[in-house]
Design a protein. Sequence first.
Length: 604
Amino acid sequence: MQAPREEQARRAAAAASPRSVPRRSVLAATLAASLFVTAGAAHAEAPRESAMVKLIRGLISSGALDKATGEALLAQAQTEAFASQQAAQQATQQATQQATQQAAATPPAGAPRVEAGDVRVPYIPQTVRDEIRDEVKGEVMAQAKAEGWAAPNELPEWTKRIHIEGDMRLRNESRFYSSNNNNIQIDFAAINKSSNGVDVNPNTSVALPPLLNTRENRTNQWRARARFGIFADVSDSIKAGVRVAASNDNSPVSTNTTLGGGLAKKDIWLDQAWVSYQATDWMNVIGGRFAPPFVTTDMLFSPDLNLDGIAARFDKDLPINRDINLFGSIGFIPLEYSNDNAPSNSQDKMHSEYKWLLGAQVGANWKIDSANRLRGALAYYDFHNINGRLSSPCALYAGATSCDSDWSRPAFMQKGNTLMLLRTIASNPLDPANTPLPQFVGYASKFQLFDVNLRWDTRVAGVYGLRFDANFIRNLAYNENAMFARSNGNIVNNFGAGDVTRANFKSGPNAYMLQATFGKPSPAARGDWNVMFGYKRIEPDAVPDAFNDSTFHGGGTNARGYYLGGSYALDKNAWVTGRWISTKEVFGPPLSIDTLQFEFNARF
């Protein structure tokens, strides 16, 4: 009978244990009530500062939060805490009453009776309380940093989307002219800039036209280039930029400012102003005034040239071979608009004329291996409506101030292209021999360019970079017969005015360049260096002379020669460069120009 008595004792103990309570719903209600009671008890005690209030007070005392903002946040936190206390107390009282009534109505067997007013407070471990505190603190600090009020010295969020770029170049330049050069090189650019042109009638004008310096050296001229830009990430897909640059004038191909000049202040010009839209991950559209979106060389576009208009750029890796990248560009570039009010002294205004460039290019980059890369590009550039036009007869002697083709003269030009006289000037019937013949000039050729650009990057001894560049350009619209027909024989060779006939005329439509660069092509870190050598040949009508490099042969076309130089980085983003350029004419009277440049560059 021993065993039955032990079994009875075990059952009695189990009946007295809380685990044997048969009514689990009552137990759950009691536990829930105890949690509310705990919160209510905490709020029922003498008011204590919440973690949020303590955090705000700490931020104010440390100086991380300014006093005015902190006090406002503190008042809000205290108000919200008081309201939370009131709500918690009411909820606690209701839960306590309900739990007490239910427990009293059906007390579990062997359990002590719960009297009204009794409160059970469960224990919350310190680790749990620390986790709650850290979580609240982290959320508050994250919000404070995002809104910029936790750290008064930190810049607002919008400033993080704006960055500044700029560069500075100080150059010493000397140009040396051969004493054998022809000294009758007409400055046609100066003629077109004047308001009245140049009188080509020797009976009415004995003065020489504007002439270029071709024999007197110009040594140790100091020039500076300064550019400063602000660029913004407006959104994930839209960017905008504005850049200004110092320059002597509004030349599109140079941002050099010649120092000296009586220490007069230097001019600042708008160099870039654009907005771009990243339509897809492989297409970007840009509009305004921006750097050329085409891969080419300075035989066509000067490094300082910026284009006006709109362009789209494409860039995509081949899905089947990530080592091959395809790229392309298309651009519509307005070059000139006719004067809206020309002629100003006439009731009959000229019809609208405008000049523009349409450019399209496709190319590919190919990563052959870790040491060799190839890039190739083909482009077509149509310079629409930029050639000169022969005017209808205009009676300047009778008081007319312009002719109907004056708009076709270039707004900017350098030198080298074959030119034509634009005006058909009617003679004064009373004195035809002494009728002044003021003329402007325009391009005799049209320009539709086919451009081939190649680059090969490799390494020597596995360490030193070696780059080869090649560029070939042909003017597909070049036609000598059409040039003479278009000008009615009034061709003005780029070597001077006078008797130019079809038999003795010389020009050409081709340009090419070869260049080798050994070392780092663009020095950036201390100790980076390179040396380079190249050769160019630009026939007179291969490209428009207005837009290419302004240093080689003094700018323009009808030039050939070699150049060599080198660069060394003195520090990060700071380097020195020296170069020697020796050039001659391709056709015509002799014009030899040698140029020596030393410069210091810095960018930020």
